[in-house]
Design a protein around this ligand. Structure first.
Ligand code: ZN
Length: 275
């Protein structure tokens, strides 16, 4: 099943149509996305009972599929080659920070360029579907609503300022594109092994597989839920592979006019224009 925010309303995407969740539940669930995750089991059952949508899918109206999470987690240095290109040691535990929810944006949103150090980071993003406390990795997938594509856009100058402040440097307006929709784990042959990448003006700059994650999604759920409660709709940016602009010689940054395309196998492609 695919879940999206379409024209500002929660929908199930079925082929090239969408089914409005609020209409299908007589207004009990939706049209906001947060109620979808708070009633996730019902939405899964609804998805199994609906076979056609009621409205044509209009990709241009897709918004952030998890726009109001209680918590956003982001993991740094979670691919070996990216840790190496950053000149950092492999962390012993997930290097966790947040992207403040105000930075989250849609799959076709503009990225506002501020300064000369705005960088790209393709990331596989997991959305929580059930409250999670002390979950074992072996059970973790049952707590995941689904996966989506994300960009952890980063202002490197702000990120490294004042000692280090990853969270603020990765939370400028529009710095968290997500989408185009959330795909449930059962749709993948192996949700732990997906190709992901991104391109700038058509030139591929990142190209990897999520099976290279140091801490994969089940391990992240175990680690994070051992510390605090994960809530339905929470967002986890799982980390970026190698190929970021900061690590290039000379370093490369996004500039106004660049078109950033970001994709993950089995999910889809985002297209964000820098302005
Ligand atoms: Zn990142």
């Amino acid at each position: 099943m695919k879940i999206a925010q379409h024209n500002g309303r929660a929908v199930i995407v079925i082929g090239d149509t969408v089914a409005d969740i609020a209409n299908a539940t007589q207004g009990r669930i939706g049209p906001d996305m947060s109620s979808v995750f708070d009633n996730w089991d019902e939405v899964v059952a609804l998805g199994q009972s609906i076979t056609t949508g009621d409205t044509p899918l209009d990709m241009a109206t897709l918004g952030c599929p998890a726009p109001t999470p209680r918590q956003v987690f982001a993991i740094g240095l979670n691919y070996r080659q990216h840790a190496e290109e950053s000149g950092m040691d492999i962390p012993a535990v997930p290097a966790t920070f947040t992207k403040f929810p105000a930075s989250l944006s849609g799959p076709y949103s503009n990225i506002e360029i501020v300064g000369a150090s705005v960088d790209w980071e393709v990331e596989l993003v997991a959305i929580i579907g059930r409250q999670a406390d002390h979950v074992a990795a072996a059970d973790a997938w049952t707590y995941i609503a689904g996966l989506t594509v994300g960009q952890d856009i980063s202002d490197r100058k702000l990120q490294m300022a004042a000692g280090r402040q990853f969270s603020l440097g990765k939370s400028r307006r529009g710095f968290g594109p997500m989408g185009p929709w959330i795909v449930t784990p059962n749709e993948f042959d192996d949700p732990n092994d997906l190709a992901l990448g991104c391109s700038v003006d058509g030139e591929v700059v990142q190209d990897a597989r999520s099976s290279d994650l140091i801490f994969n999604i089940p391990t992240l759920i175990e680690e994070l839920s051992s510390v605090l409660t994960l809530y339905p709709g929470d967002v986890i940016f799982t980390g970026t592979p190698s190929g970021v602009g900061m690590a290039r010689t000379p370093p490369r940054a996004l500039t106004a006019g660049n078109v950033l395309e970001t994709w993950i196998e089995g999910i889809g492609t985002m297209r964000n224009t820098c302005v």
